[in-house]
Design a protein. Structure first.
Length: 215
């Protein structure tokens, strides 16, 4: 089963995937290097994930996309009265990818993002702290683990806490991004496994059905 993992970061969603051939796309060269160290058998490409999706979507059975979330985050709205905070338009690449995948991609897909400060423009499935847009049914519970230190009140020790939570040393990262943002935005690997297994079950059954029809 061929899988495309877009905006791969450090592969929080990918950790428990097995029996698959994964291509990961990440624009940050430092993150791409660390992802490759973590998943040496994956093909890692340093590129714009949004464009890569458009150019290569036909090559895969399952696509996972986690477009950048800061412009959609509720944190933006909480800064509404902050006179020095510079607001940005919501990055509409999120909805471009959902619409594109839903209408053009023949496999199964999952687009993940934060719960936004506005009503989502396209209905999504809410699970835990995230929204998921998929073309297959998700379990009512995807097994996302709870971390009591994810609250803003624990921000002083948040990276140390998330190193334990994600089973990864985020202090390895020496790039330009804030490691707190990287650590907080990683998808829980149990949730990633549950969603992947739900999609794979459908894909495998479809392939078996199609194969039996041929013979």
């Amino acid at each position: 089963m061929k899988v495309l993992n877009l905006y791969a970061c450090l592969g929080g969603n990918r950790l428990l995937w097995d029996n698959c051939e994964v291509t990961a796309v990440e624009l940050d060269e430092e993150l791409a290097k660390l992802y490759q160290e973590r998943f040496p058998n994956d093909k890692v490409i340093v590129a714009d994930a949004h464009q890569y999706l458009l150019d290569h979507y036909k090559e895969y059975d399952f696509i996972w996309s986690s477009p950048p979330c800061p412009t959609h985050s509720r944190f933006n709205y909480s800064m509404k009265t902050n006179k020095v905070w510079k607001m940005k338009y919501p990055d509409m690449k999120l909805y471009e990818e959902i619409i594109f995948l839903d209408n053009w991609f023949e496999g199964k897909y999952c687009v993940e993002n934060v719960i936004p400060y506005y009503e989502p423009l396209i209905p999504a499935k809410k699970r835990g702290r995230h929204l998921y847009w998929t073309n297959f049914n998700l379990p009512s519970s995807i097994g996302e683990r709870k971390n009591p230190q994810l609250s803003r009140g624990a921000s002083k020790d948040i990276v140390k806490s998330l190193c334990s939570y994600h089973d990864y040393d985020f202090y390895k990262y020496k790039g330009k991004q804030d490691i707190r943002k990287i650590a907080r935005n990683l998808v829980d690997y149990v949730a990633g496994q549950t969603i992947f297994e739900a999609a794979r079950g459908i894909i495998v059954n479809q392939k078996n059905t199609n194969q039996s029809k041929l013979f």
